[in-house]
Design a protein around this ligand. Sequence first.
Ligand SMILES: Nc1ncnc2c1ncn2[C@@H]1O[C@H](COP(=O)(O)OP(=O)(O)OP(=O)(O)O)[C@@H](O)[C@H]1O
Ligand SMILES: [Mg+2]
Length: 238
Amino acid sequence: MTALLEVEDLRVAYGKIEAVKGISFKVDAGQVVTLIGTNGAGKTTTLRTLSGLLKPIGGQIKFQGKSLKKTPAHQIVSLGLAHSPEGRHIFPRMTIEDNLRLGAFLRNDKAGIEKDIQRAYDLFAILGERRKQAAGTLSGGEQQMLAMGRALMSQPKLLMLDEPSMGLSPIMMQKIMATIAELKSQGTTILLVEQNAQAALSLADHGHVMEVGSIVLSGTGRDLLTDESVRKAYLGED
Ligand SMILES: Nc1ncnc2c1ncn2[C@@H]1O[C@H](COP(=O)(O)OP(=O)(O)OP(=O)(O)O)[C@@H](O)[C@H]1O
Ligand SMILES: [Mg+2]
C-alpha cells in the first residue's frame, strides 16, 4: 500500500541555518501521526514545508505517491492537504461563518459546502451559536476550534494541525483532543504537532520525537508513551 504522505530525508533551511536536517516519516490513510519535541525542533517548519509555504533544500515529499516538489502552495490545498497553522490566523473582523466559508474557497459544490458548515457546527456547537458574530470576539480556544473547522472545509485528505491545544484551558484542550479522536473515527487522516505529548501520543497511531531538526525516536503512540526517555523529557517525570 502506498502511504498517503511520504517524507524522505527532508531538509529545510532559513538562510544558512538548517532547521530540518533530513527527516523521514510517513502517514498512512486513516492514521493519526504526531510530531512532538521541544521548542525550535523544526515541527512548524516541517508543516509549512509540506503546505508548500517553504521550499526544501533537499529530500522528497510525496502525497498519494506523487512528488510535491514543483507544486505551488495553492495547488497543494486542492490536492487535499489542509493546514491549521500555529497561532490560528483567523480573520477577526469577518463573521465566524464567513471564516468557515473561506476554507471552502476552492469548492463550488454549494450544497456540500452548506453540509460541511453544518458539520463544523455539529463538532463545535459554540461556532453555530455565534455564527454571525465577528470571529475576533471568540476566546482563544474558540478561535482554535474555528481554525480547525475552517481547515476541514476544504475536505482534506490530510489535516495538519499545528499545536491545536496551545494556550487552552484543560477543558478546552480535552475538547480539542476529543474532536481530533472523532475526526479520526470519521476517517480523517491527521498529522498532529503538539507540545502536549501526553495528549498527542494517547490518540496517535505513530509518533516521532524531534530534536534540533532531527527525528531522534519513533514508535507507536503507546510505545512512546511508555518509553522512559520520552517520559523524562516530555511528560515531566523523573
Ligand atoms: N522565519 C524564520 N527565520 C529564521 N529562522 C527561523 C524562522 N522560523 C523558524 N526559525 C528557526 O528554525 C528552528 C525551527 O523552528 P520551528 O518553528 O520549526 O520549531 P517548532 O518545533 O515548531 O518549535 P515550537 O514548539 O516552539 O513551535 C528554530 O531554531 C527557529 O528559530
Ligand atoms: Mg511550532
